[in-house]
Design a protein around this ligand. Sequence first.
Ligand code: SF4
Length: 308
Amino acid sequence: MEEAGRMLSSCALCPRACKANRANGEVGFCKMTDDLYLARAALHMWEEPCITGETGSGAIFFTGCNLGCVFCQNYDLSHRQLGKKVSRKRLLEIFYELKEQGACNINLVTSDVYVPIVAEVIKQAKDQGFDLPFVFNTSSYLQVESVKLLDGLIDIYLPDFKFYTEKKSIEYLKAPGYPAAARACISEMVSQLKRRYGKVCDLDEKGQMKHGVIVRHLLMPGGLLEAKMIVKDLYQSYKDQVYFSLLNQYTPLTEHLKDYPKLRERVREREYQELVDYACHLGISKGYMQEGEAISESFIPAFDFRGV
Ligand code: SF4
């Protein structure tokens, strides 16, 4: 764990570059030291079909977040440190337990503030011959150097691209530099997989993703223009090399939104349909959309330390 210790002793994993000595118990914006905290490790059936597969994705939910989203759906997890402390050894055991339960991959959900640690544990697993694909499910507010630590270790990247403009990123995510960071992270992810496999995405005969990049965008109330800009920008850069996942499950949790009246609204079905039509019109053929009503809060799993 030497490399992880070095990187966390003056933390600059994300653009906030707090320089906190997390290895020594200090904390930065994300409020996490170098101790690992998890809230849940269980089969998860609500990812994109090529990630969920037939048996479910082995999703491990990490505690702590480096964003400050005013519309956060998992506030206890991201900012109130809800989680159970686990050792690196225990994380490795969890990989095997999820495989035993039938997981078709190991899905690291918002492990962004632990990148050097998870990189070392994944490496250990791979050295032992652990053969499930690893999924890195990220908000994309990382330095490129952090994503480089995952080169050769992560098979499937699931990056969010939340806002296109600096103005909205600061207002709603409290994250200066978010759009540039997200763009640079996605570019690094695409390059890694292209170098390693010759092409970015590949699915097996059952339609499960073996490796690839799926960019997620959650349509926000009043966010149609931003969403179109994101889709257009990424499609111009990568064409069909990456998958798009356009989400309409925004659920306003109004207790934190009194100063953000627009975000207290729901996304209208016709706006979402306009985004999907726009993506199709651009020529996007690889991707996912959601059908029907916005997904309810029940799709947010219980963070009850199951499997931890
Ligand atoms: S991960 Fe980001 S927010 Fe957390 S301490 Fe490091 S630089 Fe700061």
